[in-house]
Design a binder for this molecule. Structure first.
Ligand SMILES: Cc1cc2nc3c(=O)[nH]c(=O)nc-3n(C[C@H](O)[C@H](O)[C@H](O)COP(=O)(O)OP(=O)(O)OC[C@H]3O[C@@H](n4cnc5c(N)ncnc54)[C@H](O)[C@@H]3O)c2cc1C
Length: 304
């Protein structure tokens, strides 16, 4: 496979740099081709304006997406940008390596996305999500944090990491066509021991070796499933029931976009699931693999 790592850390001795070095070593040893855009080393310019283009569609009024459209048609991206776009087009897998800054991408990497994921060349005019240019490619974010993992949970101070990453996962990567793999999270790297960090590098090595077989994240609805107002054509049902055992399959159903939300009682025996399905029977059927107590299971299904 061809892998592009976009690396966003200014310090060559940082843990982010160690993660990128590990990725290069692991992927190369697995026989993959690896290219790295080391944004600080390249002094990548994150500002998106007329300097993106060698062409001009409208000299009086800068409308970024119109200029991107025009540049796509007239081979008008500046060489620095053209090179980055071609690297993404070249790769099968895109990896973002960065420290979490203000719950998001460092500006240099956000600027890279702003400039490289150009209208018309990559997305737009009916080409969104699974129809966009990068469909068929995989993407994976590997990030480090200052905060500890328990802070990034539903009851934690910062809220769920899944929600923090949604703008990147869904709004940038899935939006432009990528199949998104679960993130690789290195929490509180500066606070742990050398041994913790060495273990984390080993875990990264293992994740990278499983790149081709890792189950991707999924979101519903897909672009093909919406109506003219951009709404999901499928309704939601509240499914309520009692479990005989720990309902471990819920996370998988969530990842598949079938269960949209789940609430469990403290003893994890009562469940209230919001299920996306065509009708009540389909909703019931789609959660049948869970260990519900009653037959027919689950107890109550109603549209919400
Ligand atoms: C502007 C800004 C905004 C921020 N916003 C957030 C936020 O929203 N949420 C949040 O949680 N955090 C936030 N942070 C904190 C930031 O995410 C962390 O500081 C960062 O993720 C730490 O990663 P690093 O690579 O810089 O660590 P470093 O400090 O570079 O490295 C950590 C340790 O790893 C060691 N190390 C390096 N290489 C290796 C190796 N090969 N093996 C073992 N150890 C090694 C280093 O020597 C160092 O001791 C923010 C920071 C800034 C500056």
């Amino acid at each position: 496979m061809r892998v592009l790592i976009v690396h966003a850390h200014a310090e060559a001795k940082s843990f982010n740099a160690a993660l990128t070095e590990q990725a290069i070593a692991t992927l190369t040893s697995e026989g993959h081709e690896v290219r790295v855009s080391d944004l600080y080393q390249m002094r990548f310019d994150p500002i998106s304006d007329r300097r993106n283009f060698t062409t001009v569609r409208d000299a009086d009024f800068l409308k970024q997406q119109w200029e991107e459209d025009y540049a796509t048609e007239h081979d008008g991206f500046t060489p620095e940008l053209q090179a980055e776009i071609e690297k993404v087009e070249w790769c099968d897998v895109l990896i973002f390596q960065f420290p979490l800054w203000w719950f998001g991408l460092p500006a240099i990497l956000k600027g890279w996305v702003d400039r490289v994921f150009a209208f018309k060349r990559v997305y737009g005019r009916g080409r969104l999500y699974e129809n966009a240019a990068f469909a068929g490619k995989r993407a994976l974010v590997s990030l480090t944090t200052g905060g500890i993992g328990t802070m990034y949970t539903a009851t934690g101070l910062h809220g769920e990491m899944e929600k923090v990453l949604f703008p990147i996962h869904h709004g940038m990567l899935a939006f432009t066509g990528f199949t998104v793999l679960p993130p690789f999270l290195s929490y509180a790297v500066a606070h742990g021991s050398e041994a913790d960090r060495a273990e984390q590098l080993r875990a990264w090595d293992a994740r990278l070796r499983a790149l081709e077989t890792t189950e991707p994240l999924q979101w519903a609805p897909r672009f093909a499933e919406i109506d003219e107002a951009g709404q999901d054509r499928l309704p939601r049902f509240l499914v309520q029931g009692t479990f005989t055992a720990e309902p471990t399959g819920i996370e998988r159903l969530k990842a598949q976009g079938i269960v949209q939300a789940a609430q469990l009682s403290e003893d994890r025996r009562q469940g209230w699931l919001t299920v996306r399905a065509a009708d009540a029977e389909a909703a019931r059927e789609s959660v049948r693999t869970l260990p519900f107590l009653t037959e027919p299971c689950p107890v109550a299904v109603r549209m919400v």
